[in-house]
Design a protein around this ligand. Sequence first.
Ligand SMILES: Cc1cc2nc3c(=O)[nH]c(=O)nc-3n(C[C@H](O)[C@H](O)[C@H](O)COP(=O)(O)O)c2cc1C
Ligand SMILES: CC(C)CC(=O)C(=O)O
Length: 387
Amino acid sequence: MSQLADFQNEIYLNGLADVLPGLPTDLTRLAGAAEAKLSATSFGYLAGAAGSEATARANREAFDRWRIVPRMLRDVAERDLSVTVLGTPMPAPVLLAPIGVQSILHPDGELATARAAAATGLTAILSTAASHTMEDVAEAGGDGPRWYQLYWPKDRELAASFLDRAKAAGYTALVVTVDTFTLAWRPRDLDRAYLPFLRGIGVANYFSDPVFQRAVGGPVTDENRQVALLHWIGQFGNPSLTWDDLAWLREQWDGPIALKGIQHADDARRAVDTGMDGVVVSNHGGRQVDGAVASLDALPAVVDAVGGQIGVLFDSGVRTGADVAKALALGADAVLLGRPYAFGLALDGEAGVRHVLRCVLAELELTLALSGHRTVSELSLDFLARA
Ligand SMILES: Cc1cc2nc3c(=O)[nH]c(=O)nc-3n(C[C@H](O)[C@H](O)[C@H](O)COP(=O)(O)O)c2cc1C
Ligand SMILES: CC(C)CC(=O)C(=O)O
């Protein structure tokens, strides 16, 4: 029995109370459990999406339109789901998507997430909009692998400072999110006039930054907090960015860079042409362009366009191990898990995140094995049929 699916035996042999923190093992039930625990504002921010939330629903429907076609009698006794993605070895092709403002879900926020990721050997991608500083999160994650997600601010000096800090704190790859230079129209938050940042959540990396502090007249205290928040609003996103700016970024960061939020084959080709190391096919969980194409439907054309020249990662709509397997079969090198681990965080902090990760990994391995696959590289379109 291999390590990833050992979780299943542990549950049966050691019993629920010893192994499970009282959380569902059917990960599609996490949202309901988290809703019962969180405030309406926090749950709305986490679960909500843009506009009518049609794209968020489409992300799920796209997974349902693909069905797995299991193959038999192929000796799957020895299994190994490990991969190396953008230079980082991973026990399975699953990463934790960058999710900001995690302290609205649990006081330990990104610290708990980093600990859970380290415990499972998975790579957590830390958001620029984290509620703890990147240095504190790096310390919490210890030796665990970590990547940094950049929200590229208007001031290049501030962007460079973020990158220097990330390098110094041991983040090895950079994920640049290009689909969120401003927040979309998000009715659940608009209806409650709720934005975590305006309550000082998600600004830790800005307020702790020497370049930011210089701009607001020194360290952020009660006295200049309002000025600092206004400066944050002005700095957060940069709608003027173009492909030409990536050359500057390339000079600032010598490790791998992936662009997150790519949905069109031509954009993927431009990522190759501008010297990027990867793309993340993503529509931000339906939180940006309502009516946008389902992320899974955008994946095959990007995989084709890139032709193996750079890495293709995927997110938006992944809820189960079977979903991960489907995205891999459609050509993703790895998959970012988003809301499910955040629901776990809300439900039980570090233990909740660890629970979700272990469930996904075990379910992924069992899905692949029971459908006749020992490794991820054996997966192909042959694995899937249209529903
Ligand atoms: C509450 C919340 C906060 C997020 N914050 C960030 C962020 O700071 N940076 C980023 O690149 N993506 C962010 N995302 C998007 C995720 O990285 C990911 O693309 C998305 O959650 C995938 O959709 P899914 O959760 O439906 O699978 C956030 C998503 C949620 C739900
Ligand atoms: C805009 C951010 C700072 C957080 C985010 O990416 C999100 O809420 O989707």
